[in-house]
Design a protein around this ligand. Structure first.
Ligand SMILES: NC(=O)c1ccc[n+]([C@@H]2O[C@H](COP(=O)([O-])OP(=O)(O)OC[C@H]3O[C@@H](n4cnc5c(N)ncnc54)[C@H](OP(=O)(O)O)[C@@H]3O)[C@@H](O)[C@H]2O)c1
Length: 281
């Protein structure tokens, strides 16, 4: 009997999850993230775009952003053409005024914020860790770590007004298994695991959960230097049990799950989506 009941419950949930709001149709959004307002940084392509798309498919109103207006316009048009409820604006996460505008515009358009996916990161350097200049360290830590913390600081009061929220930080499997030549980037991604763990108990009393995603090698522009070089790609592949490079869509379902009520008892964790690559500190 329990199995039959569980089966019925699962199939009705799956059906509900598949129902998606139609932008402009006036239909009420349905799905695990129905009517939630989600901000996704660096979401005009790659992993961020796949996450934005999935959150919208699961019922959220998604605010897309990145540094370039043309990229924002293209991504918004692409998702609206799929009848998803998305809007967009320019936000360079390293600029304080852009971070504030992201919050202001989301509040103005949607009246609140429930979800933040902090996905933006840079890596301007390849080489020996100790040869990295102070400028390189500053840029990587500013964008990857400091901007993430400062953006979280801005969204938290608005999540508190809604009675809670969910934050997902996009880290990397490089946080655990350093990529050769990417020392400062690896360190920044390990710092994000620390930020996640540090903030989890501070945000729990406000009913805000914070988790991270650690993708492995995913086929995007950002990682192209790794997978376009066959020798390097083969070497990285040795660390994986699933012998293929990941697709951005391999990451998006996990983020939607972390933002959904199904993850209500999960905070301070890092979910590794890396084809089985080693993931222990
Ligand atoms: N791909 C991988 O193998 C892999 C593995 C592990 C972790 N990750 C992480 O996944 C995240 C996304 O990487 P991706 O591979 O999906 O990259 P991607 O496909 O190259 O996309 C990068 C996105 O970031 C935007 N962007 C760049 N700098 C920004 C800034 N300062 N502020 C706001 N937006 C910015 C870009 O748009 P504009 O040019 O318009 O700004 C673009 O939308 C990063 O945190 C990365 O560290 C990637």
């Amino acid at each position: 009997m329990w199995r039959a009941l569980a089966g019925r419950f699962a199939s009705s949930r799956q059906a509900a999850t598949r129902l998606v709001s139609m932008s402009g149709s006036g239909a009420e959004a349905r799905g695990t993230l129905a009517n939630k307002v989600a901000l996704v940084t660096a979401s005009t392509e790659g992993i961020g775009f796949a996450i934005a798309k999935r959150l919208a498919q699961d019922g959220a109103h998604v605010v897309i952003s990145s540094r370039k207006q043309a990229n924002v316009d293209r991504a918004v048009a692409q998702l609206q053409a799929e009848n998803l409820t998305v809007s967009g604006l320019v936000c360079h996460v390293g600029k304080a005024e852009d971070r504030q505008r992201l919050i202001d515009v989301a509040l103005e358009r949607h009246g609140g914020i429930d979800i933040l996916v902090s996905n933006a990161a840079v890596n301007p350097y390849f080489g020996s860790t100790l040869d990295a200049t102070e400028d390189v360290w500053d840029k990587i830590l500013d964008i990857n770590v400091k901007a993430t913390a400062l953006l979280i600081k801005l969204v938290v009061p608005h999540m508190e007004k809604r009675g809670g929220g969910s934050i997902v930080i996009v880290s990397s499997v490089a946080a655990y298994l350093p990529f050769p030549g990417l020392g400062p980037y690896n360190v920044s991604k390990t710092a994000l695991l620390g930020l996640t763990r540090t903030l989890a108990p501070e945000l729990a009393p406000s009913n805000i959960r914070i988790n991270s995603l650690a993708p492995g090698l995913i086929r995007t522009k950002f990682s192209s230097a790794l997978w376009q070089d066959k020798a390097m790609g083969d070497k990285l592949m040795e660390a994986m049990k699933i012998q293929r490079i990941g697709d951005p869509s391999d990451c998006s379902g996990m983020v939607s799950f972390l933002c959904s009520p199904d993850a209500n008892y999960i905070t301070g964790e890092t979910m590794v989506v890396a084809g089985g690559a080693l993931s222990r500190l």
